[in-house]
Design a protein around this ligand. Structure first.
Ligand SMILES: CC(C)(COP(=O)(O)OP(=O)(O)OC[C@H]1O[C@@H](n2cnc3c(N)ncnc32)[C@H](O)[C@@H]1OP(=O)(O)O)[C@@H](O)C(=O)NCCC(=O)NCCS
Length: 340
């Protein structure tokens, strides 16, 4: 029997290869309806992501070509010093699915992971919530067929706030409790807050002792994150709360957005130090920051956010603002190695 299927070829993807990068953007645009209603990929953001990796992480981007055309894409993320290789993108053109291209891309991911000495390969799929919007069942069937095992620990809950349906600012922003003041900054964290911001992030969920401040390391992480953001053409808006008596940054929240897609924004990190919890500062920070964003980005109408499903307090704050659960982000791990 003659196999008439044209051969698949893998090549590394580079931002400097205009033709291939252009085809990659086109592939993502054509797959934008995989999760209906989500923000379409922003070209500046995506091309920027080929040049600026997240802090302490190396990215390997590859595309699958058939007859010279990009038919699939793979991004493997390699966090420094960790045993894991993470599949951040594994995408097949919607018209070419169920022909083995996904499986071939996965084989490439496994080969790359092994080549970097990684013992765990991990990925993530979007799954529907009971009573929530429908989601494509293909990704979870695909990972199950490859021997993927749902990772231990909570999934991510993905929530959207559609400002056309609900205005969380209808009653304004609640008054600040006595003894606190608000501060704002944009994409680049002022020097004075770079270490406090990093320490607050580190203290997330920590019930025990304060993390040991290592100013150099923490500042460099915050700055590396900003470098990625700026390189991807993203803008960010921050509101922080300062405890006046001690002068410490007690919490902050962040919203960011890409250059394209003026209607979409991402509600990112919100953290309030545990010494300052119980004053509804989380909700206040988020509302105040949203008000600030809408002044400067008036076209924004959809805000998305994700939290661990067991982060009940943040999910409750989001619900109070009108965020609605959309889907669940499930992490998977796969066996690697020659026998896998
Ligand atoms: C998930 C995805 C990559 C699969 O790509 P694909 O090229 O269609 O996958 P393959 O043809 O290699 O399928 C391999 C196996 O996965 C399973 N599978 C894939 N799609 C399926 C579907 N719609 N229903 C049931 N099983 C499915 C089957 O077992 C299939 O083997 P078979 O065709 O011999 O029965 C593709 O649907 C996609 O790009 N989705 C959007 C991006 C995404 O969610 N990626 C997953 C990240 S882990």
């Amino acid at each position: 029997m003659t196999d008439s299927t044209p051969e698949l070829r893998f090549i590394p993807l580079s931002a400097d290869d205009d033709d291939t990068a252009g085809q990659w953007l086109q592939l993502m645009a054509e797959a934008a309806d995989d999760v209906p209603g989500s923000a379409p990929p922003c070209p500046v953001d995506m091309i920027g992501s080929l040049r600026f990796a997240p802090p302490a992480t190396a990215l390997e981007d590859w595309v699958a070509l058939r007859e010279g055309q990009v038919v699939g894409a793979l991004r493997t993320a390699l966090p420094n010093g960790a045993p894991v290789a993470r599949v951040d993108q594994l995408l097949v053109h919607p018209k070419l699915r169920r022909r083995g291209i996904g499986r071939a891309l996965f084989g490439k991911a496994r080969e790359l992971a092994a080549g970097h000495g990684r013992t765990v390969l991990a990925g993530m799929t979007v799954e529907p919530l009971e009573g929530g919007p429908a989601r494509d069942p293909a990704p979870s069937a695909f990972v199950a067929s490859l021997g993927g095992v749902a990772a231990d620990g909570p999934s991510g809950l993905h929530q959207w706030l559609d400002l056309r349906r609900h205005n969380p600012l209808a009653d304004g922003v609640p008054a600040l409790p006595e003894g606190y003041g608000l501060v704002r900054w944009g994409t680049v964290t002022p020097d004075a807050y770079a270490v406090p911001v990093s320490l607050l992030e580190q203290s997330l969920g920590a019930a025990g002792a304060e993390p040991e401040p290592d100013q150099e390391v923490e500042t460099s992480y915050a700055r590396a994150f900003e470098t990625m953001r700026v390189g991807r053409g993203r803008r960010a808006y921050h509101t922080g709360v300062v405890h006046r008596a001690s002068g410490t940054l007690a919490g902050y929240t962040s919203i960011s957005k890409t250059t394209g897609n003026p209607e979409y924004a991402l509600q990112g990190m919100t953290v309030v130090h545990r010494a300052h919890r119980g004053h509804r500062l989380g909700l206040l920070l988020k509302l105040s920051n949203l008000e600030n964003v809408l002044r400067q980005e008036p076209a924004v109408r959809l805000l998305e956010t994700a939290n661990a499903e067991d982060n009940h307090s943040m999910i409750a704050v989001n619900s109070a603002m009108g965020f609605v659960p959309q889907d669940r982000w499930v992490s998977w791990t796969f066996p690697t190695g020659p026998s896998a």
